[in-house]
Design a binder for this molecule. Structure first.
Ligand SMILES: *Cc1c(COP(=O)(O)O)cnc(C)c1O
Length: 461
């Protein structure tokens, strides 16, 4: 029997866009560790989180038991403006590599924010609006999250304050203007607007900022302004939950052609796209129904999984956020400024951290120039100009496909192509001019980050 011809793009129908998110925690035997109050080291109660986060999102954050959570109709309707996202067979890349492997990617860059971040932005803005809030505050690194949130807030009529990591604010003026087009106010972080920002500026006058520092400022802005809450574009359980639409759609598409991936690959910054992509597949693995290899790809310059510690740590530099148990480089770890794009956060989703710790997932760290080589090869064969973050996953997908070429194995590879790289041309320029460098922190560099991890009974590192 001849194999059914698989189209270049496997679209599913509008009606097949998920109506429920899948919560992988429900199928985890060992649940991710709870968030702790940094003052008492005790698990946080919902009422302690209420000044920072929206009520409904707190409920989702703490929900370890419901496997499926209904997506409100208004969010489903917004999803329809840019979803379903295609699952694409990378025929041209396969041919260029001369590999017997079958490569698929789930493309999340078909919206103005240029990334998967809109999937959670619209959900978080919706719950803030439903709670009757005036607005939300957040941080943004490379700018995709801030853009996504600005779009969602414009749609729902919410005010949006974005603290943008200074290096990106300066290098990516166009991102900033996109956010302002959608009505957001954008402040370079660290700023003199917040107490924590002023403290950081005093201690590190020339700093180009970091995500951890921008988070502290955004949290302070939320808790000190009536009617505001803080929202976060990655790391948190609720964000992985919202991003499960990526994996659910990909699975629906592949199931139509009876395609089962052997290897599923995603880049890992805070873990939300990877978590969302793998969730339904991981659920099958956790329930003992199927087996898959999952690979998290991180930059060698910010190697949380491959060189970090699994411990409770702060999510922000100002140490005002709850403590999360995760693979971490320490909250005062500031990745090299020469590293392009996102994936610069010092920590990692607690869900993915637990799964990695328990051996359900692998992780690899890749160097920047090899990532851009992969990006360029992908652009020239598949046509899409990939985001630098996404290109980490492309690198490892290509590496795995080349291994198949050696062994002759016809493995099926699925990777997450999280977004487009139009705002990252300064990084592409450095790569083309040969001025891009591969910074890898030394053990001594990492040690100084580890020293900032809080020490308390049960959290010795
Ligand atoms: C933010 C972002 C990432 C990394 O964030 P995760 O939470 O780890 O998914 C990856 N790719 C793109 C395009 C992004 O915008």
């Amino acid at each position: 029997m001849s194999e059914q011809k698989i189209p270049y793009k496997i679209y599913i129908s509008e009606d097949e866009i998920p109506k429920q998110w899948y919560n992988v925690r429900a199928d985890m035997k060992v649940k991710p560790a709870p968030l702790l109050n940094p003052a008492t080291w005790q698990p946080l109660k919902p009422e302690e989180l209420a000044p920072i986060f929206c009520d409904e999102l707190i409920a989702q954050e703490l929900n370890d038991t419901d496997a499926y959570i209904d997506i409100p109709q208004e969010i489903q309707d917004y999803y329809k403006t840019y979803r379903p996202a295609p699952t694409v067979r990378a025929y041209h890349l396969e041919k260029a590599l001369g590999t017997p492997a079958k490569i698929y990617y789930k493309f999340e860059g078909n919206n103005t924010s240029g990334s998967h971040k809109l999937n959670s932005a619209i959900a978080q803005a919706y719950y803030a609006k439903k709670q009757g809030l005036k607005g939300v505050t957040t941080e943004t690194g490379a700018g995709q999250w801030g853009t996504a949130l600005s779009m969602a807030c414009a749609y729902l009529g919410l005010d949006c304050k974005v603290y943008m990591v200074k290096v990106s604010y300066e290098q990516k003026p166009f991102r900033r203007e996109v956010m302002r087009t959608y009505g957001a106010s954008v402040t370079a972080s660290p700023s003199a607007d917040t107490e924590v920002g002023r403290k950081i500026l005093e201690k590190h006058p020339g700093t180009t900022g970091s995500l951890g520092c921008a988070i502290s400022e955004a949290v302070e802005a939320a808790t000190s302004n009536e009617g505001y809450r803080y929202v976060l574009g990655s790391v948190l359980n609720q964000v992985l939950l919202h991003q499960s639409v990526i994996g659910l759609e990909a699975k629906t598409a592949l199931d139509k052609y009876n395609v089962t991936p052997d290897i599923i690959i995603g880049c890992a910054g805070g873990g939300s796209n990877l978590g969302g992509l793998i969730s339904p597949f991981m659920g099958e693995k956790l329930r003992g129904e199927k087996d898959y290899r999952f690979i998290a790809v991180e930059p060698a310059s910010c190697p949380s999984f491959t060189r970090g510690k699994f411990a409770y740590d702060f999510c922000d530099t100002g140490m005002i956020c709850p403590l999360a148990k995760m693979y971490t480089l320490g909250s005062n770890f500031i990745p090299s400024a020469n590293h392009a794009g996102g994936l610069r956060f010092h920590g990692m989703s607690t869900i993915l951290s637990q799964l990695y710790h328990d051996g359900y997932m692998e992780a690899v760290a890749v160097e920047q120039t090899s990532v851009f080589e992969a990006a360029e090869q992908f652009a020239r064969t598949e046509g899409i100009l990939p985001a630098p973050e996404s290109s980490h996953a492309i690198r490892v997908a290509i590496d795995e496909a080349l291994k198949c070429k050696e062994t002759g194995e016809e493995k099926t590879i699925l990777f997450g192509l999280t977004g487009t790289g139009y705002f990252d041309m300064v990084a592409y320029e450095q790569f083309h001019n040969g001025t891009m460098t591969d910074y890898i922190p030394t053990d001594a560099d990492l040690q100084s980050g580890f020293e900032g991890i809080p020490q308390f009974p049960g959290n010795e590192i």
